[in-house]
Design a protein around this ligand. Structure first.
Ligand code: LLP
Length: 422
């Protein structure tokens, strides 16, 4: 079931015409489908029905409070990587005992915040972090439940900027250091060893790297238990890929992933934790934009739209492909367009030589599969207001992040007296 569909010649999100949203909110704007978010979460969760699994939605993919609240109501936990994300997850009503804290650079303040909240698990990524967490927890007279994020040295494919499970990546502790670090952790005050964590990358399009990882971790869990550690949890991280419509083979469905994981972990006797992000939010959202100008060139036809790389940075940053669709396609021959934004960089290009219906100034387009790592990576480069977000549910929609006006943007900045009085 798709929730971004053409009805009567106009693209809708659920039962709302995207042109109505553009009219009411302006463009560019992110549009999310509540039904899709719910369905993606439910499908993932269903794969683990009847098992003791925690699905800790990876907040970084789309951290809007409305999105988090929707997922919280369906039972999702949260994977957070900062004090800010932790605050969002708690504000959305996600119970602390469903929150895991990942990331290589947790600060003392962030650890204190998470310890006071009483989160379920810290995924510790270095010896230095372990010592810092022990000191802070002991001072606070509480225990931090930890898993080490172990680097399994498995190549998961995908873009090098989002591949994380190889030896040369900054993430996790080295495989060969694991037993020594677990032994150290078991002796430290304020630390309760609880599990093992991995995360091998993002937009993973095959099950095989996961399966190899599980096999390796299974061996480690056995070794650690032999060393006397009670390993209760196995956090497999996130990373399951989604179809971007770029002509490559579709990634495995969440149901196939779940089936493989259940089989491969069956004998491990652990509580499974997952940190899915993209697979929940990616295809639940699109970026809606309006054509400002068309610019026929000698070799290329440019479509200059009002969204830019500051609103959706994935094409510029990773060469990522996003499907583009005209909201009200005109009949007739298609035209090959280069679709670009107004920012003063050549990298501000969304798509190259894309065949589309004939477009004119004022027409609306959407960039698909932009619900994950879209709005969260947006910025105000060129002093373009932070792009707003809209959530659709059935025939209703609501603005869930407002577009700031210029006064609001400037209000956070001050000119010091030593400059003013110069
Ligand atoms: N857990 C950890 C520890 C992670 O680092 C990530 C993503 C996830 C879970 C969620 O992964 P997912 O299920 O969404 O693949 N900005 C990039 C993606 C960066 C992913 C970073 N870590 C992009 O736009 O493709």
């Amino acid at each position: 079931m798709r929730y971004f569909l053409q009805k009567n010649g106009a693209l809708h999100c659920e039962d709302v015409a995207l042109s109505d949203i553009a009219e009411a909110v302006g463009t560019p704007v992110y549009v999310y489908s509540a039904a899709t978010l719910a369905r993606h979460y439910d499908v993932f969760a269903k794969g683990f029905d009847g098992t003791d699994a925690l699905i800790a939605y990876s907040v970084k993919a789309n951290s809007n409070l409305a999105v988090l609240t929707l997922l919280a109501k369906r039972g999702a936990g949260a994977d957070v990587v900062s004090g800010g994300e932790l605050t969002r997850a708690l504000r959305a009503g996600i119970s602390p005992n469903k929150i895991v804290f990942s990331g290589v650079g947790k600060t003392g303040d962030e650890m204190r915040l998470a310890l006071s909240a009483g989160i379920y698990q810290f995924n510790v990524e270095s010896a230095a972090e372990l010592e810092a967490l022990s000191n802070i927890a002991a001072q606070m007279k509480v225990n931090a439940s930890i898993a080490f994020r172990v680097n399994p040295d498995v190549a998961a494919g995908g873009h090098e900027k989002i591949s994380t499970g190889k030896k040369e990546n900054k993430f996790g502790i080295a495989w060969d250091d694991a037993r020594v670090l677990y032994a150290r952790a078991a002796k430290l005050p304020g630390i309760r060893v609880q599990g093992v964590d991995v995360h091998i990358g993002s937009q993973i399009t095959q099950l095989e790297p996961y399966e190899r990882t599980i096999e390796k971790i299974g061996g480690l869990i056995a070794d650690l238990r032999q060393d006397g550690h009670a390993i209760e949890t196995f956090d497999l991280g996130g990373g399951l890929g989604i179809p971007y419509g770029d002509g490559t083979a579709d990634p495995p469905l969440p149901s196939a992933y779940a089936k493989m994981v259940r089989r491969a972990t069956d004998a491990l006797d652990v509580r499974l934790i997952f940190e899915p992000g993209r697979v929940i939010a990616g295809n639940a959202g699109a970026l809606l934009s309006r054509v400002i100008y068309t610019k026929p060139g000698e070799t290329r036809n440019f479509l200059i739209v009002d969204a830019a790389m500051n609103d959706l940075i994935r094409p510029a940053l990773y060469g990522a492909y996003h499907g583009v669709e005209a909201v009200s396609p005109k009949p007739g021959d298609t035209v090959s367009y280069d679709i670009v934004g107004p920012v003063c960089e050549s990298g501000d290009t969304f798509a190259v030589q894309r065949n589309m219906p004939q477009m004119s100034a004022g027409d609306l387009v959407v960039f698909h599969s932009a619900g994950a790592y879209g709005a969260v990576q947006a910025n105000q480069y060129n002093t373009r207001p932070l792009v707003p977000e809209v959530l659709v549910s059935g025939g209703e929609f609501a603005i869930i992040r407002k577009r700031p006006d210029y006064e609001q943007i400037l209000s956070t900045e001050t000119v010091p007296d030593f400059i003013k009085n110069r």
